[in-house]
Design a protein around this ligand. Structure first.
Ligand SMILES: *[C@@H]1O[C@H](CO)[C@@H](O)[C@H](O)[C@H]1NC(C)=O
Ligand SMILES: *[C@@H]1O[C@H](CO)[C@@H](O)[C@H](O)[C@H]1NC(C)=O
Ligand SMILES: *[C@@H]1O[C@H](CO)[C@@H](O)[C@H](O)[C@H]1NC(C)=O
Length: 203
């Protein structure tokens, strides 16, 4: 079921990109790399937890992002987040089924994370829908909820009495948090009334 929604989201995103005008293609391409860097820079300036490097490398790795506007970049970030979360769900399932030497506390944490990630995927789909409908406030709520879920998953392991446990999902939780933060920041930029980078056709 999640796969189906993910697929339809992908189609949806493709459609968005298709309707981006084609005139001045090379100029738009050149300017868009700039949009990625400048957007990531602006977001990093506003938040000390925001990773400029993850932002630029993630967005630049998606070829279609080079023809995207700000809305497109946010959708790409959310699609990457969905992709990430879907893969992480598999990682968690594998850890739970294939590792018999797991600490019982870790099993409880992993089961919590499993629930958090499967809810998180549904929430991300809701965020994309809200975003497409330009309900940015609602999109922000959903995105923040997913970021909180990644934190909750990560913190769970530390709560074991004594020294806590090392989380096996630190990178996954970090990536999901950061990818959602990209979309959240762009959503703020779009609603702050700032005209920052809104006119990508400027020379
Ligand atoms: C964008 O940033 C990347 C890495 O931070 C850099 O390699 C690239 O030259 C930058 N591109 C532009 C157009 O500023
Ligand atoms: C998750 O996203 C990060 C950042 O874009 C990327 O480096 C990583 O490869 C992704 N992981 C998966 C499993 O897709
Ligand atoms: C299995 O779990 C133990 C204890 O948490 C850990 O040390 C080990 O690396 C895990 N093995 C695999 C294959 O994930």
């Amino acid at each position: 079921m999640h796969n189906i929604s993910f697929f339809s989201i992908s189609l949806c995103c493709c459609f968005i990109f298709l309707i981006i005008p084609h005139e001045n293609f090379s100029k738009i391409t050149a300017i868009s790399v700039d949009i990625i860097n400048q957007t990531c820079k602006k977001c990093a300036d506003e938040s000390h937890v925001f990773s400029y490097n993850l932002c630029t490398t993630s967005l630049q790795a998606v070829p279609v992002s080079h023809v995207a506007n700000l809305q497109g970049l946010a959708l790409i970030a959310m699609e990457l987040a969905l992709n990430n979360a879907t893969k992480t769900l598999l990682i968690i399932k594998n850890l739970l089924t294939s590792n018999e030497s797991l600490d019982p506390f870790a099993v409880v944490c992993l089961k919590d994370c499993l629930q958090l990630y499967s809810d998180g995927i549904t929430t991300l789909v809701d965020a994309v829908e809200a975003f497409l409908g330009e309900h940015y406030d609602r999109a922000n709520l959903w995105l923040s909820a997913v970021m909180e879920a990644s934190n909750t998953c990560e913190q769970g392991f530390k709560e074991k009495e004594g020294e806590g446990l090392l989380s096996p999902l630190t990178n996954e939780n970090y990536n999901l948090f950061q990818l959602c933060d990209i979309a959240l920041c762009i959503s703020h930029l779009l609603t702050s009334g700032s005209t920052f980078l809104m006119r990508s056709s400027a020379t």
